[in-house]
Ligand binder design. Structure first.
Ligand SMILES: [Zn+2]
Length: 188
């Protein structure tokens, strides 16, 4: 207690079609939070939802279902834009999480998806909405990703736009805290 400050926070899911539920949740619990992140993991297609970062097979089956990797990427970035521009009330998280999570299984694909313009547009919208960017090193630990969310050139671009950058290791266990911080600390 005397050595460290512990803040209370949540990573809040943005799920298309559940905006009212998320707003009502935040209106109830937001006042207890010191910090929070808004992230997209679930994509809505037809009438169900797929957690695209859950596993390699979930991701590849979703690519097959939509017909191409590009279709999945486009749906991911569209949902992300919706999260950034959505209202969600006074307690909407100020920081957008791992904006290139759709790259988590990129090395299982047989093609490189051209999403440069999409990522640039995401960052411009984050700037426009005066939100912050989660600079998230967890992807470096994922064998089919091997890069930071977002990749380094986009962290530099975000910095040029003067978007506040906040490092996160996305640790799901204590040993992963601050993983790969030294890889990006010079950019922050
Ligand atoms: Zn997440």
């Amino acid at each position: 207690k005397k050595d460290i400050v512990i803040s209370t926070g949540l990573e809040v899911d943005f799920i298309s079609g559940f905006e009212q539920n998320i707003t009502s949740f935040l209106n109830t619990y937001g006042k207890y939070l010191d910090d929070s992140i808004l992230s997209v993991h679930f994509l809505k297609f037809e009438n169900d939802y797929t957690c695209i970062d859950f596993s390699k097979s979930t991701f590849t089956e979703f690519v097959e279902r939509l017909g191409s990797p590009m279709a999945v990427y486009k749906l991911y970035y569209k949902t992300l834009i919706d999260s950034i521009t959505s209202n969600l009330g006074d307690y909407k998280p100020r920081r957008i999480g791992h904006i290139t999570l759709v790259h988590k299984f990129q090395h299982t694909l047989t093609e490189v998806v051209q999403d440069h313009e999409d990522i640039v547009n995401i960052l411009k919208e984050i700037k426009h909405q005066q939100l912050e960017l989660d600079v998230n090193t967890a992807g470096l630990a994922k064998p089919y990703c091997l890069e930071v969310y977002p990749p380094l050139p986009y962290i530099k671009f975000a910095k040029e736009l003067e978007i506040p950058l906040v490092f996160g290791s996305d640790a799901h266990q204590a040993k992963d805290l601050h993983q790969f911080y030294n890889n990006i600390s010079n950019l922050l």
